[in-house]
Design a protein around this ligand. Structure first.
Ligand code: HEC
Length: 135
């Protein structure tokens, strides 16, 4: 019992040391030169035709419309609106209204096929090329 205060002191010294070391560690990590950003991973080559089939089969079209141009239930998702990593991540783990698609439903290659198809859709015309909207 008599050495309890000493133990306490010892314990708090240890805690202080741990906090200090952690802080130094964090400070060093912050000062460390930022790692070079990895080049964004390119999409695996996708089969456009199969992507179009899958787009209908698993129901992307129900919200994003037949040409991925968007509609009442989902936004336009192409062509060329999202980098591959974002497209794949979002299909796996959407954060809003969209249902998630696991690798059991769509393999990475399947998603790459859909991505290729989406990106092969014609670009929408420039807004000011539409007579009704031209200034
Ligand atoms: C039930 C409707 C629905 C279906 C089915 C659906 N989506 Fe979506 N999706 C949405 C909505 C709504 C959003 C807008 C953000 C949100 O609410 O998740 C979205 C957003 C996205 C985005 C944009 C993410 C971003 O960064 O903004 C991508 C890419 C996408 N969907 C791909 C797909 C693909 C590929 C499929 C089919 C495999 C699919 N979606 C099926 C409703 C849907």
């Amino acid at each position: 019992m008599r050495n309890l205060p000493r133990r306490r002191a010892h314990a708090s010294a240890c805690a202080l040391l741990a906090v200090t070391l952690t802080t130094i560690g964090i400070a060093q990590a912050q000062n460390a030169p930022a790692p070079k950003p990895a080049a964004p991973a390119a999409a695996p080559a996708g089969k456009i035709d199969n992507g179009g089939v899958l787009f209908k089969k698993v129901g992307c079209y129900q919200c994003h419309a037949n040409e991925a141009q968007g509609g009442l239930s989902g936004p336009r998702i192409g062509p060329a609106l999202f980098p591959w990593a974002r497209f794949l991540d979002y299909t796996r783990k959407p954060s809003g209204e969209m249902p998630p698609y696991s690798a059991k439903v769509l393999t990475d290659q399947d998603v790459a096929d859909i991505y290729a198809w989406v990106n092969a859709r014609p670009r929408p015309p420039a807004v000011n090329s539409l007579p009704q909207l031209a200034p």
